[in-house]
Each structure stands twice: as C-alpha cells, then as structure tokens.
Design a protein around this ligand. Structure first.
Ligand SMILES: [Fe+2]
Length: 466
C-alpha cells in the first residue's frame, strides 16, 4: 500500500512522541543522554569555607522532639572547639535565650574531623520565626527557621522530598530547583544517601565536610528529616573502619529517643498534620530485632484524628521496576507490608534507585509458603510507593527499566529532580515531582493524593481498561 492517510500518520506521531504506554502505567518518553555526573570541584563556591577565625560551617537543623517544639542545631568548627552554645530569639522578641550544646570529634582512617557541635533548642513556640546564632565569642553567624504549626488534623504543611543528593553539578541543580519551587517546602524529608564520600578513596571524609557546606544554604534554614542509606554505612574493615554509620552518627542527629527508639536510624516525628516514620534499610529488621519491635509498637500509636497523614521514609524501595537495586527492598517488604496495609499508610517514600517512579496503591500480602498467591494487586488500603532517589549524585542515573512496565507502576522516568508534598487538610494533599531540566513551576508528575483514613477513595492515575 503506497498511501497512508495523514490522520493515521498524525495519530502515530502523537503516540510515539508522548509517553509510551505499557502493561502498566506510563514510562516517560524522556530519554536522557547518560552523561557522567561529576562532583563539583573543591574550589566551587558552594563549598566555600565561611570567613573568620573558627567560623561555624556545615550548619544544619533537624526536628528535636516528637511534636515540633524543639530543634537540633548542628555545626562544625575547624580550628578549635569554640563555643557549643546557641543564642536564639523569636522574631518579635528582644530577649535572647541560650542553649548549651556539646561537641564530638571522630577519626576515620587518616582523616580527623573538625569539632562537631550539637545543641537542642527546646520549648519553642509553634508557628514562630526564630533567629539563632552560632560561633559565639569568635565568628558568630546568624540563621533563622520557622517552627511548624501545632499538630492538628487539618493543619496545612508542605514537605520537600529529596534523595541520594551527593555533590555534583546535578545535585546543585536539584537543590536550586527545590529552593525555587513556587510550592515552597518548609521541611525536607530526606530519603538517604547524603555525601557519597564512600565513593572516594578511603571514604574520603573531606567529602562529608564539603557536602555539609554545600547544603547549608537549605539545611541551616529548614529542618531536614534524615533517613540513612547505604552510603551512610561507611563499613570498611579493610582500612580498619568496622563501626557502621560512624561519620553519619557523629555529624547528624535524629530525635529518636523522643519516639522511644533505641537507635538514631529508625524513629518518628509529628509535624503539623503528618506522622512521619523513618525506617532503616541497613539495620536489622527481622522479627525480634529492635527495629521490628519498635515499629510493631509504633504503628498502633498513630492517632489519625490528630495526624491524618501517615508517611514512611525508607532508603531501599519495595516497589521498584528499574533494574538497579531490583528486589533489594524485598525482604523488608515481606516483613512489614502487611502492617502498612493494616494501618493504612498513605505514602512510602524511598530513594536508592537514581531515578523517579510512582506506584498505584498496591499490596502483595496474600502469599504464604503454600498458597502461591504472590502477585501485587490493587489495594485501596495500601500506600502509594514513590522512589525519589534522583537527587543527582556521582553514580549517575538509573536508566534501564524492567520491561514490560508492571501494572502497579503508574509513572517512571530516569531524570534528576525533587518533589513536594503539599498537605491541604485531612483529606487532600497535592503531590508534584519536578525534573531538573524544566522551569521551576513545571511538574513532571503530579496528582491529588487522598488520605487513606479520612478519604479512602480511589486516587489512582492509571487507566486499567486494557
Ligand atoms: Fe542508596
């Protein structure tokens, strides 16, 4: 046949140029040229050391209690310990408060850290802007943060979502896009893998310092809620370093004791209308382990009348249809997924895979060792699983996907980016993923997410007619 109608040609072109539909949802037609992601050089301005003798650097804050009335302030001094005290005051107050902190140091192979200070500011007022000063008596530096509103079921709040950031030019683009997003994040839910120091000889811990300086422009002004990833393990017995998580635990604090956790790697916080549970993919989680016992006791404590939004952060994704790290989250999924369905977790955010993926609500909990029922099925009590490990680190993009796209996979794309979760009230949250190639307001993937406890109606985005 020598003639094809122009209408048919147009239809084919439109189909090919838009997203490719597979068995499941959408595999984005964006195909990235896989260029090597390169760490920004040491002399980059993002790594610059603040001027002045013993000036505090790598300033970062995180929530310091269970409900949002405390903040942990951390920073590093290089020349000498200096003061561990933080001076702080609310925006409209002339009275300056002081909180006493402390400092630690650590050695890692041939690296000796600076003086790492941690100081918790307590009994803060909700929904209040505070200024704080570190480096007292030498080179003071002043920053500010805003405390969250009091915990309540209809309190709006906006979280940023970043994972696997590293310190490349792409990492810088991700952080800049987050900062410029017109939907302004007030706290970052960070899904693990921070500096990627361990990708350098002897886990070059100078990379932990440069990363701390790079992200200070955000971490000093809004809390980042930390999840640990495999790049925080830093287990290297071949160079005499056999204490897992050593650099991370010295440099970063979590409020784990406030949620009765025995370890800083799994814990929970309340913030506005959200209850955030942080899990550790790289700590023991089998039956009878501390993490298992903690989660078992934790989930029934969540009061959805107080905090309707139940969000879980974990590094290794359970529903991942990329070939990278495929099935690595499977054993944890087998352990905990029935609880997530029982307790109607709204969203699970993970990192690890350097790409983006969003699932439909799906569960795979019917299987036992004799029944053979081992297929993910649509489940309106199940969470949406989102992989947001696309911060842009030195390891590059995960571009190879399993084919065909599984039915449960709603959208996947190998691009760097970040996301925001804009909680409106107890029933509705607007979620959007932003890729680094786009303008600040462009959304690469967006949807309304309906709360599983208060508004359990289907919020899927995939047509299942096929
Ligand atoms: Fe990872």
């Amino acid at each position: 046949m020598g003639f094809v109608s122009s209408g048919f040609v147009v239809a084919v072109v439109v189909l090919l140029s838009s997203s490719v539909l597979c068995n499941g949802g959408i595999t984005s037609s964006f195909v990235r040229k896989v260029e090597k992601t390169i760490d920004m050089p040491f002399h980059s301005d993002v790594f610059s050391v603040p001027p002045g003798y013993n000036a505090p650097q790598q300033v970062h804050i995180t929530q310091g209690d269970h409900e949002g009335k405390a903040m942990i302030v951390s920073w590093v001094t290089m020349e000498e310990p200096g003061s561990s005290t933080v001076s702080y005051w609310s925006e409209n107050s002339k009275h300056k408060n002081k909180a006493m902190g402390n400092f630690n140091t650590y050695k890692y192979y041939n690296y000796t850290s600076g003086y790492i200070h941690h100081c918790t500011l307590r009994n803060l007022k909700f929904d209040t802007k505070y200024f704080y000063e570190v480096g007292i008596g030498q080179t003071p530096r002043t920053f500010w943060f805003v405390t969250p509103p009091a915990v309540g079921p209809d309190v709006p709040y906006t979280f940023g979502l970043i994972g696997d950031l590293g310190q490349t030019y792409d990492s810088n683009s991700t952080l800049t896009h987050y900062e410029h997003n017109p939907i302004v994040g007030k706290a970052v839910l960070y899904v693990g893998d921070l500096s990627y120091a361990d990708n350098h000889p002897n886990h070059d811990n100078v990379k932990w310092d440069t990363w701390g300086r790079f992200v200070e422009r955000s971490t000093a002004y809004q809390p980042w809620i930390w999840t640990t990833g495999n790049h925080e393990i830093d287990y290297a017995p071949e160079i005499g370093e056999s204490v897992p998580f050593k650099p991370f635990t010295h440099r970063y604090r979590t409020p784990h004791k406030a949620s009765n956790s025995s370890d800083p790697f799994w814990y929970s916080i309340k913030r506005a209308s959200a209850y955030v549970i942080v899990l550790s993919s790289y700590s023991a989680y089998g039956m009878y382990t501390p993490q298992y016992q903690w989660l078992y006791e934790e989930l029934p404590k969540v009061n959805r009348s107080e905090t309707p939004w139940l969000i879980v952060l974990v590094h290794s994704p359970w529903y991942n249809s990329y070939k990278y790290h495929y099935m690595e989250g499977e054993s944890m999924r087998v352990m905990y997924e029935p609880w997530f369905v029982q307790y109607k977790v709204d969203i699970v955010f993970a990192g690890h895979v350097h790409a983006y993926e969003r699932s439909e609500r799906v569960s795979n909990i019917a299987y036992n060792i004799v029944n053979g029922i081992c297929r993910p099925v649509s489940d309106q009590s199940a969470p949406v699983y989102i992989t947001i490990g696309d911060g842009g680190n030195i390891e590059g993009l995960a571009t190879i996907m399993t084919e065909p796209q599984p039915e449960y996979s709603a959208f996947r794309e190998a691009s760097f980016g970040h996301a925001v979760l804009d909680i409106k009230n107890r029933t509705h949250a607007y979620y959007a993923w932003h890729r680094n190639q786009d303008g600040d307001s462009v959304k690469g993937d967006a949807l309304w997410i309906f709360n599983r406890y208060w508004h359990q109606i289907d919020d899927s985005t995939t047509s299942r007619s096929g």
